[in-house]
Write a protein that binds this ligand. Structure first.
Ligand SMILES: Cc1cc2nc3c(=O)[nH]c(=O)nc-3n(C[C@H](O)[C@H](O)[C@H](O)COP(=O)(O)OP(=O)(O)OC[C@H]3O[C@@H](n4cnc5c(N)ncnc54)[C@H](O)[C@@H]3O)c2cc1C
Length: 502
């Protein structure tokens, strides 16, 4: 006999950085009881991430926070790669109009501002309790539940909380990852960089676009995230004294070509070692990891936070289904393999880009400059085209890839019409012919049915060579169909894969 579930909350989230914040919003909206534990008193004040992509904007749109988040972003102004002589090797222009996600493909922002928006979003949900200055120091798992041992750092009081599932959104040094006991796959890049965040105090003419200074003597990146905020990421070279690099007498001369203390004040100077790692196991029993706890990558593509938001978006609907009893716990087994393949491909891209920027060998750098000048840069796939790993999708690509977000004939963006649910999208004449068993499969998937009217959505279906598509709550294509019988068979197979009770 299965022992009864005993739990204070459905889900405990350890760590309230951006990934814990996205997940708390998703689970809050799904009506789960959630406790979030964060050892710090407030949002981490210093900037880290400066870039998000259109897919993350789609995620915040689903959280109902797009207006607030868009207000704290600016369009990315593009990127130039220049060599040691200052010659431009490559230019990547910034977006000027919304892309396939329905949003600009690249946006700049200040991470603490984004986190404030996400935390205000969580305040909408009385079923989510946030405990700041609470450190989770031990977790015991039983077949029925998980017991977290937590210290209230304000007074040293200890308490125990029971949860059905624990999600470690607890960053690179994750306790939950250590308790899962997973190995991490190493992509081989571990490089210290000095990150210098400055605030401009008087007008200084500086470009809006990001610049990669591919100088083998000292690779650097210049970023203008927003307003008067300026960032230089400066590679630590062999022979540099890391302990001294954050001192004013060392870092100002490194940026004196552009600014000095008369132009800008220091917000922070810190050495980060950029790693490239992905955990092999993302779930063991009732313990799950997401975000930096599950993967770390160098920031050359600006994708670490984006990848963590995708983890939460993939996990949120699965956890909600399992906790509500709409699907068996085995649905959670698909989370790690799906996300690991995707984020692994992103890390590989970031490492490849890093190799271009971080070259310190003059010969190699000269060859790179010549080939950029004659052949252009190596073509790399866009992150939004990468497929997820094996899991809840059926058939070859486009199954497992991100579905775009067209406008519907009534002017709404697709995701606003769908919600955080499956969607069946097809020609009305085809949808009308679906039989009772197929409609029952749609119901079991809890799918929104959308008639593919209007030029935009029809153009996307044509590109996928499909008459109908089923997309998952996280907007990845679950499968496509050309006929009503294909669509019926697909829906039935998906309902079975998701484990929906008949
Ligand atoms: C220089 C730099 C530039 C970057 N640029 C970009 C970019 O442009 N775009 C992008 O997408 N990403 C970027 N990133 C990466 C991005 O900042 C991280 O991927 C993101 O912050 C990870 O979020 P997280 O929620 O997983 O972890 P974190 O933000 O690390 O949050 C984890 C939280 O868990 C808490 N915690 C840990 N253990 C416990 C415990 N036992 N009990 C209670 N609380 C606990 C911590 O206090 C922390 O608040 C950059 C990073 C750096 C360093």
């Amino acid at each position: 006999m299965t022992p009864p579930e005993a739990a204070d909350v459905d889900v405990a989230i350890v760590g309230y950085g951006p990934v814990g914040e996205v997940l708390a919003n998703l689970l809050g909206a799904a009506g789960l009881s959630v406790a979030v534990f964060e050892r710090e008193a407030g949002v981490y004040h210093a900037p880290r991430a400066g870039h998000i992509d259109g897919e993350v904007m789609r995620i915040v749109q689903t959280l109902g926070l797009a207006v607030e988040v868009e207000a704290i972003t600016v369009p990315w102004k593009g990127m130039r790669f220049v060599n040691a002589a200052g010659d431009m090797l490559v230019e990547r222009p910034g977006p000027t109009a919304p892309g396939p996600q329905g949003w600009l493909d690249d946006l700049y922002f200040h991470q603490p501002d984004l986190e404030q928006c996400l935390r205000r979003g969580v305040e909408r949900f009385s079923n989510v309790a946030v405990y700041l200055r609470h450190d989770v120091f031990a977790i015991d798992e039983s077949p029925q539940s998980v017991t977290l041992r937590v210290e209230d750092l304000a007074n040293g009081e200890l308490r125990e909380v029971q949860a059905r599932y624990v999600v470690g959104c607890d960053g690179a040094r994750s306790l939950v990852r250590r308790l899962i006991g997973t190995r991490q796959y190493d992509f081989g890049l571990h490089q210290p960089w000095l990150v210098l965040d400055l605030i401009r105090t008087r007008p200084v003419a500086l470009p809006e676009y990001t610049t990669q200074f591919c100088d083998p003597a000292r690779p650097m990146t210049y970023i203008h995230p927003r307003g008067d905020r300026l960032r230089w990421e400066i590679m630590v070279m062999p022979g540099d004294d890391q302990a001294r690099m954050t001192r004013p007498e060392v870092f100002w001369p490194l940026v004196s070509r552009w600014v000095g203390p008369q132009d800008a004040q220091l917000e922070r100077a810190v050495i980060y070692t950029f790693h490239s790692l992905v955990a092999e196991t993302w779930r063991r029993g009732r313990l799950i990891i997401a975000g930096d706890a599950a993967h770390q990558m160098p920031p050359f593509l600006g994708q670490g936070l984006c990848a963590g938001a995708r983890d939460a978006f993939n996990l949120g609907w699965k956890l909600a289904r399992v906790v509500r009893g709409d699907s068996p716990p085995s649905l959670l087994d698909t989370y790690g393999p799906e996300r690991k393949a995707h984020v692994g491909a992103v890390i590989e891209l970031a490492v490849r880009l890093g190799a271009v920027i971080q070259t310190t060998d003059r010969e190699v750098a000269a060859r790179r400059d010549r080939s950029f000048a004659t052949e252009g840069p190596e073509q790399v796939p866009q992150v939004r085209t990468l497929p997820i790993g094996a899991g809840i999708h059926d058939g070859p690509v486009p199954a497992g890839t991100l579905f775009p977000q067209p406008h519907l004939v009534d002017g709404r963006l697709l995701d606003d019409a769908v919600g955080y649910r499956f969607a069946v999208i097809g020609e009305q004449s085809l949808l009308d012919r679906a039989g009772a068993d197929v409609r029952d499969a749609w119901r079991r998937l809890d799918a929104t049915v959308i008639s593919a009217e209007g030029a935009e959505i029809q153009a996307w279906l044509a590109r996928l060579d499909a008459q109908a598509v089923i997309i998952r709550p996280d907007r990845f294509v679950a499968g496509t169909a050309k006929t009503v019988s294909d669509l019926g068979a697909l829906a039935l197979r998906l309902a079975q894969a998701v484990g929906c009770p008949a």
